[in-house]
Design a binder for this molecule. Structure first.
Ligand SMILES: Cc1cc2nc3c(=O)[nH]c(=O)nc-3n(C[C@H](O)[C@H](O)[C@H](O)COP(=O)(O)OP(=O)(O)OC[C@H]3O[C@@H](n4cnc5c(N)ncnc54)[C@H](O)[C@@H]3O)c2cc1C
Length: 321
């Protein structure tokens, strides 16, 4: 065993990642009476109706929303179709509820959930499924952003982006500052109207492709921010990091950007007061809202990322279960 593995933070992270794959534990937590309330802080619910209610609540407090139907790593074409149909249905309901005008509420997609990993034809299957969702988004008057997954999929995802943008130039992409390649990707993608979400990146990546040191990831984030803010595109700054939010604000000022020419993005339940502060200051603030049957794995991965969140979860289970 590596000595670093004995570090309590590493042990906690490994335990939580183990919990995310443990089906019996999942059933216990799902059945706990309080789970629903506690989970609501980080997840927009299980059903379309749940997420419509969660989105409405956020919009009522001047926040924009992007919704992710949970379900990564699809191993079967029927599951990919199920995910596609869920998005199409959701977009129709959002439009009916009057939530999609000016992309107030949009959707985020993972190509792996749409079939990208289904063998040789995976990318083509994911592209076709993504096209159906983009058509539904266009009908609803809103936009779509392609989440970015691990580095083995970056080129494929950017090629799907290029294809989709031929018909729907508003399709957005995500770049991760932990990858060495990302500064160049920012230069290539900082074009007129191009919607680019910049984040640190959430997957465990090898040092052959990614910075390992947090300070290097942050420095790369700032270099990427400069490129995006100075370019003619639409930067989306996805971070809860107070320093990066501050730096983004300064760079936007320096580039003489209007408040509606970029946006901040944070995850549901994380730094909600800061979300409200940014929205009240006149900035565009979008909240990423995951929902669906697969909420359990998502929740455990968030806990693993920041075990401090676990206190909130366990307190809820202990005091109200
Ligand atoms: C809207 C959105 C979309 C994303 N999309 C993708 C994607 O497509 N692909 C991908 O790989 N990753 C994605 N991510 C995840 C991202 O890459 C990071 O893993 C995640 O956001 C954590 O990084 P951070 O910038 O928030 O800062 P961290 O390095 O996690 O934290 C920095 C600082 O932020 C503050 N902070 C962080 N979390 C909390 C908290 N829970 N409570 C209070 N303060 C906190 C603390 O001050 C902390 O020191 C997305 C993130 C967001 C917000």
């Amino acid at each position: 065993m590596d000595l670093a593995d004995l570090n309590p933070a590493v042990l906690m992270r490994q335990t939580l990642l183990g919990m995310s794959r443990n089906d019996s534990l999942r059933s216990v937590i799902e059945a706990a009476p309080v789970s629903r309330d506690v989970v609501r802080r980080f997840v927009g619910g299980v059903t379309h109706q749940d997420v419509l209610a969660a989105a409405t609540e956020l919009v009522d407090t001047r926040r924009l929303v992007t919704i992710d139907y949970l379900g990564e790593d699809t191993v079967d074409p029927a599951m990919a179709e199920h995910t596609r149909d869920a998005y199409v249905m959701l977009l129709g309901l959002l439009a009916e509820a009057g939530l999609t005008a000016d992309a107030t509420v949009e959707v985020s997609l993972k190509l792996s959930a749409l079939g990208q990993a289904l063998g040789r034809d995976g990318n083509a299957i994911a592209l076709e499924n993504a096209r159906a969702i983009c058509r539904a988004a266009a009908n609803a008057g809103t936009t779509v952003t392609l989440d970015m997954e691990d580095h083995t999929t970056t080129d494929l995802t950017l090629s799907v982006l290029r294809d989709l943008r031929q018909d729907w130039p508003w399709v957005g992409a995500v770049l991760q500052s932990y990858l060495y390649r990302t500064e160049q990707d920012c230069r290539d993608l900082a074009t007129e109207g191009s919607r680019i979400r910049i984040c640190k990146g959430t997957y465990k990546e090898p040092e052959t492709v990614a910075f390992q040191d947090k300070a290097d990831v942050d420095r790369s984030f700032v270099r990427c921010l400069k490129i995006l803010m100075e370019g003619p595109g639409y930067p989306m700054i996805a971070s809860h990091d107070p320093r990066l939010v501050e730096i983004a604000t300064v760079l936007a000022d320096k580039a003489q950007r209007e408040a509606d020419s970029f946006e901040f993005q944070m995850l549901l339940g994380i730094r909600p007061e800061e979300q409200l502060r940014l929205a009240a200051s006149g900035a565009r603030m979008r909240v990423y809202v995951p929902y669906g049957e697969e909420w359990y794995g998502y929740l455990m991965r968030r806990m693993a990322e920041r075990p401090a969140n676990l206190g909130f979860f366990l307190r809820g289970l202990a005091t109200r279960g």
